[in-house]
Design a protein around this ligand. Sequence first.
Ligand code: ATP
Ligand code: MG
Length: 423
Amino acid sequence: MIAEIIAVGSEMLTPHRQDTNSLFLTGGLNKLGVSVAFKTIVGDNFQHLVSAAGIAIRRADIVIFSGGLGPTEDDLTREAAAAALGIDMHRDPAVLESLRQRFAERRIAMPPNNEKQADVLDRAILLNNKTGSAPGQWLDTAIPGPEGHPHRKIVILLPGPPSELKPMFDAECRPRLSAVLPQRYIATRMLRMALIPESTVDARTAPIYQKFTDVETTILAGSGEIQLHFSTTKPSQKEAQARVDELAELIEREMGEDIFSAQGTSLEEVVQLMLGLRDLTLSTAESCTGGLLAERLTSIPNISRNFIGGAVVYSDALKTKFANVPPALLEQYGAISPEVARALADGIRDFTGSSIGIGITGLAGPAGPTSGPDAGRPVGLVYISLSDGEDTQVKQLQLPGDRERIRLWASQHALEMLRRHLQ
Ligand code: ATP
Ligand code: MG
């Protein structure tokens, strides 16, 4: 079963208005096990509407129109749907009466324009509008397919204002759709990885997921994270879950420790969990990230057991004061150096008495220093160090992008370095 949504309204073909109704409808349809195969936006033009409606009715099993049920000249959805289906409309006396009543309650005479809101596609069921005037319509019909056999089609007309469309879909369409649709259940899984190029993930996983033609796989990338989403629809929840689990396990086997989460947990949460399991404490000394790492860690409730705190050591003086970085080291190597990163991690660990210390120093830009020991170092150069009392590792990064991106990615690298250390 596939659906098409037609959002009607010229305003959505301008840069100023967006079609959000289709997002809501897609969510609702997906929950019922129906995929949306097409979304169309059409302006308030009769010919264009008939053309889009005709195409949709031929290629989709369920066609939902949003908007264009109002009383004005440019509200043409009813007429266009009737024309595309080759059926007639009738003016429903009960609807007409309730429209008149709505106006009477406000003590105004109903303008003749509004009468067309009572036009109903022949054999359509009316959908009650609790929050507005125009009723929706539900038509369960059949049209001949290319081979001449009839194909069942559900055509639904819904009002445009989201405050009317949403309650109408929930109350009037959802139960009717459930009744006509075969029982289907959706199961989803997500695998999360940090700092691996999307192309690498795809090259390694495509040979596996492509064999699962009944599972929809989506790769989402952003902010130093790759997510693999799997989704499938089956006649039972158990069957659907087993199928996405089967694929997720094969991908987990391929990607191994590159996967930080197989159940949806964030990188921060995974780090917290691992620190907790090992009963370890952590402290941070951050220069270019200005506390971003500490901010991300403290967004997790209950991390206080394991994250004892951090210092924002932006100036050389505070690097010395809070993390005991020797002034001579800063003079000799500059603040953006592996030596200072190491000293920050060791120093904050000593100063706070934590099991693990992390130091971050780097150049977030946009311009680098032109004098002093750091002169000439490129923007995006970042050193991250991790000290656990036995060993102090340092990682050198050359991060692309602007200040915000460099800072975010530096914090992401620090979290991932810590996760891999704790693995
Ligand atoms: P009305 O009786 O209000 O004219 P209608 O069914 O004719 O209802 P439209 O005229 O198409 O609906 O849209 C009314 C308002 O609803 C629009 O101004 C817009 O704010 C909102 N709207 C319409 N379509 C959408 C959409 N697809 N996504 C989000 N908002 C929408
Ligand atoms: Mg309108």
